[in-house]
Design a protein around this ligand. Structure first.
Ligand SMILES: [Ca+2]
Ligand SMILES: [Ca+2]
Ligand SMILES: [Ca+2]
Ligand SMILES: [Ca+2]
Length: 253
């Protein structure tokens, strides 16, 4: 190794050295004091929740250092705002503050509507998408790449399938009557049209959600699920219908 190369390596080391020097880890658990402040762990205790596994090891394997035992980071909600610690770390919001950016909207509500819970900027938005999975008979709601909701559903029967494709919510109707040649269904709640005459809506006349297809092409959800999705679905929200319509009576085993 010539002198020039040695000098080059020395300069490189000197450039990166300060970041190691200043990343103080008082309790030696592998997480810097700065990181522990974000995580609400004790910077002076290597095992904040006292379950025998260090904060650093828990974070490395996806377990919460704030909850004893095998509680995953995505299962823990330190501030109880509905958004898990894992999601808060992904969004960059404060896991110990229900309204991280102080704009009076809580982190969960902001994230679910696609707003950034860590920023007051109302124009900084994430994409939201509804995915209808015909194979699994489920409906998912995504914010960016994160699956935020996962519901059992019933799509169109094999002879009247829900058409695959990429659509978007056109209009929302609180209460609607469905009339066809062989059916009359009044008082159907939470209707989200994604293609002319094709809606995502409740279905009080059956309980086959997630089990089998059961419609003339609409997507049926349980009432509480449809009501929840209705809050977040807006005209223009993309709806992707994917997978295959199952021929079998039951989905899965
Ligand atoms: Ca530490
Ligand atoms: Ca621990
Ligand atoms: Ca939270
Ligand atoms: Ca907020």
């Amino acid at each position: 190794m010539n002198k020039k190369t040695t000098f080059g390596i020395f300069v490189l080391m000197a450039m990166f050295l300060p970041s190691f020097v200043f990343a103080i880890d008082s309790d030696g658990d592998g997480l810097s004091d700065e990181r522990e402040a974000e995580l609400y762990t004790d910077p002076n205790s290597p095992d904040t929740d006292g379950d025998g596994f260090s904060d650093g090891i828990e974070m490395e394997h996806g377990y919460s250092p704030l909850a004893a035992g095998k509680v995953m980071v995505y299962e823990n909600d330190y501030d109880g705002d509905g958004l898990s610690d894992w999601h808060e770390l992904w969004f960059g919001s404060d896991i110990g503050n229900t309204d991280s950016d102080g704009d009076v909207f809580d982190d969960y509500t902001e994230a679910m509507h696609g707003y950034d819970p860590a920023s007051k900027d109302p124009y900084k938005k994430f994409d939201t998408t509804i995915v209808v999975d015909r194979t699994a008979q489920r409906v998912y709601y995504y914010v960016s790449y994160l699956k935020m909701l996962n519901y059992p559903a019933s799509t169109g029967n094999p002879d009247t399938p829900t058409p695959a494709g990429e659509y978007e919510i056109g209009r929302k109707i609180d209460n609607k009557v469905y009339i066809g040649a062989d059916y009359y269904l009044p008082n159907v709640k939470w209707n989200m049209e994604f293609l002319p005459s094709y809606y995502i809506h409740t279905a009080y006349w059956h309980n086959d959600f997630g089990v089998r297809t059961h419609s003339h092409g609409c997507v049926n959800l349980r009432e509480a699920d449809a009501q929840e999705l209705y809050q977040y679905a807006q005209p223009g929200t993309p709806v992707h219908v994917v997978g295959e319509t199952p021929r079998a009576y039951r989905v899965g085993t």
